[in-house]
Write a protein that binds this ligand. Structure first.
Ligand code: AGP
Length: 609
């Protein structure tokens, strides 16, 4: 996934535009570049590495203004993350510049054909094929040349294109990769995501799939790929600029961990008015939901773990069968979904390629799709029959934290909503559960208040070269999520395992060099977790255990303990475990001097397969 930014207008400083691009750095940060056209000259600057390198490369130019500019921050797909492969890419006459987010699946045959026709290529990227095709088709109209070029492409592409011959416009194209137009008196912008626009404008046009926009300084026209003008809806961007700032925290990840109580309060306020769960403008009819017998869950990474927790809620309270798959597996399964099935798609960004592909495959069977998503203008939301917004606000840290807690919380509420419709739960029980859920922000705050203890414990474990996370039942996914948090920001090998599987292999790994995280809330599987801890201790494994505050048994097996508030409803334990393990991972990574918000090789949303 990459970040695209662009501008056309009276004039904006390079430093302000680079500032906008920086808000997209979480999307990819292995190389970056800028192309601008002023006074009939095309200026190009590219750098390997982060945007700071580009700022250094621009030097004095940072204070200069430009009236036409496209910018890019890259997560390499085709071609090494170096300066020459960085975007923008130029045509052979250095008159057209282009930035791209996505993957051109048929770039090789196109490239070979263009080479046969005498075109030269300088880079290893798929993107260069697009600018070459534009050069090939260019006559008098940049937008016509772009339309002819993209007609040849297979794959996903969000594009920004400028040309020396038409220095009054940026051409923007959206196909299977997000692109938003920002409108202001000072000029118009294009961006891959909202944070880049926030310091310039609150007015936006969310380009729909297969649309092309011509941005001029005083107007924006939008067409479909057949060059038919389309009606556009100017929307107010609801996200506040400060929400995309660090607010004094050292890392976005830490800020987002500490925002979690407030996120849950917002969800409770909007979805739990009075005594019932109510999702605003929910588009799945009660009559349909009552008949749902089977639910399929599809998601990736942390969202998959949230779905795995939800599987326990849905089976426990709704009497439905639940299947869950990672989206990259689900999309290739040869299964027929029926009209009485429901597909639950979970995604923070709403742009994850595999999850979108899974949804598109499932929709061919006519199944209804409910998405649990954090980005209202995203592709997933547009392609779902109904959405539950997780209301977590922009999540900039690549390691997902508040979005995870919000996903699990919303899925718990949806389970209660469905159980009530299916009459598989008494009102009294719903009220009892809701009263516990309403205390969850307070429980999370208790853990956050203890972050210094968690930091001390994390520092003791930072020296270990590998971790095993063990959990049972509803906390098996908690073990998966804890392992993912640790590995993706500290680069320490870590795996989550169902504790009951330990004797079927993983116990061979246990010795004094292995750290074993045991998740042992006082639920019906507690005794079995204690037995697992005994087995680890007998083999000198270094145990870190996560226990309720009042634990008196398991706490004798290990002095290294992360505590959770005592709760009556252990369905809440995934929330309490998650916050502990998020902070644990954060402090281990910090102690090891890792780059926490932008871990190597990762991007915030994997919009390519
Ligand atoms: C989680 O910390 C990772 N950033 C990653 O696994 C992420 O959850 C996954 O790529 C899914 O992203 P999505 O929720 O935007 O679909």
């Amino acid at each position: 996934m990459c970040g695209i930014f662009g501008y056309v207008g009276e004039g904006a400083s390079f430093s302000s535009l680079i500032g906008g691009l920086s808000k997209l750095e979480y999307r990819g940060y292995d190389s970056c570049g800028v192309a601008a056209i002023d006074n009939q000259k095309l200026f190009l600057k590219k750098r390997a590495g982060k945007i700071q390198k580009l700022k250094e490369g621009l030097g004095e130019k940072m204070n200069k203004k430009t009236s036409l500019c496209i910018l890019h921050t890259r997560w390499a797909t085709h071609g090494r993350p170096n300066k020459i492969n960085a975007h923008p890419h130029l045509d052979s006459q250095r008159k057209v510049a282009l930035v791209h987010n996505g993957i051109i699946e048929n770039f090789l045959p196109l490239k070979n054909q263009l080479i046969k026709e005498g075109y030269k290529f300088l880079t290893e990227t798929d993107t260069e094929v697009i600018v070459c095709l534009i050069e090939k088709f260019y006559k008098k109209s940049l937008e016509d040349a772009v339309l002819k070029a993209i007609a040849k492409l297979k794959g996903s592409f969000a594009l920004g294109v400028i040309s020396l011959d038409q220095p009054d416009r940026v051409i923007a194209v959206r196909k299977d990769s997000p692109l938003i137009i920002g409108l202001s008196k000072e000029g118009n912008f294009l961006a891959s995501d909202v944070p880049a626009l926030l310091s310039f404008t609150k007015k936006a046009i969310y380009l729909k799939d297969q649309e092309l926009a011509i941005l001029e300084k005083e107007r924006v026209k939008v067409f479909n790929f057949q060059k038919k003008a389309v009606k556009v809806k100017v929307e107010e961007i609801k996200v506040k600029a400060e929400e995309a700032e660090k607010k004094g925290y050292e890392h976005f990840m830490l800020k987002e961990i500490f925002e979690q109580p407030a996120v849950l309060r917002k969800i409770l306020f909007l979805y739990c008015k009075g005594k019932n769960v109510h999702f605003s403008s929910f588009k799945l009819r009660d009559e349909y939901l009552k008949k749902v017998k089977k639910i399929f869950i599809t998601a990736c990474g942390t969202a998959y773990h949230a779905g795995y927790v939800a599987k326990y809620f849905l089976e426990k309270y709704c009497g439905v069968v639940v299947e869950i798959d990672t989206s990259s597996e689900f999309r290739y399964r040869k299964i027929k979904l029926g009209k009485e099935d429901l597909l639950l798609a979970i995604s923070q960004s709403g742009e994850t390629a595999d999850t979108l592909a899974a949804v598109r495959e499932a929709k061919k069977c006519g199944v209804k799709v409910l998405s649990i998503c954090n980005v209202v203008g995203s592709s997933l939301v547009k392609e779902s029959d109904a959405i539950i917004s997780t209301l977590a606000g922009p999540e900039i840290g690549v390691a997902s934290t508040k979005a995870y807690i919000a996903q699990v919380f919303c899925l718990y509420l949806f389970s209660l909503h469905l159980a009530k419709l299916k009459n598989t739960i008494k009102d009294r029980k719903i009220q009892e559960i809701l009263s516990g859920l309403k205390k969850t922000p307070h429980y999370l705050q208790e853990i956050l208040n203890d972050s210094r203890k968690i930091k001390r414990t994390a520092n003791k474990f930072s020296r270990f070269g590998s971790f095993l996370f063990l959990g049972r039942g509803i906390n098996y996914p908690s073990a998966l999520e804890g392992a993912l948090k640790l590995k993706e920001i500290s680069y320490i090998p870590a795996e989550g395992y169902p504790a009951g599987e330990m004797k079927h292999g993983p116990i061979a790994l246990i010795d004094e060099y292995r750290a074993v995280v045991c998740i042992a809330p006082r639920d019906q599987l507690y005794e079995k977790m204690v037995a697992n801890m005994q087995e680890v201790k007998a083999r000198k494994g270094k145990i870190l255990t996560i226990l309720n505050n009042d634990d008196r048994e398991a706490s004798t097996l290990s002095r290294q303990i992360l505590y959770m508030p005592k709760v009556t409803n252990q369905d809440l334990s995934p929330f309490l475990v998650a916050v502990n393990l998020q902070l644990f991972a954060y402090f281990v990574a910090k102690n090891r001097g890792c780059e926490i918000d932008q871990p190597r090789n990762l991007a915030k949303s994997v919009t390519v397969e």
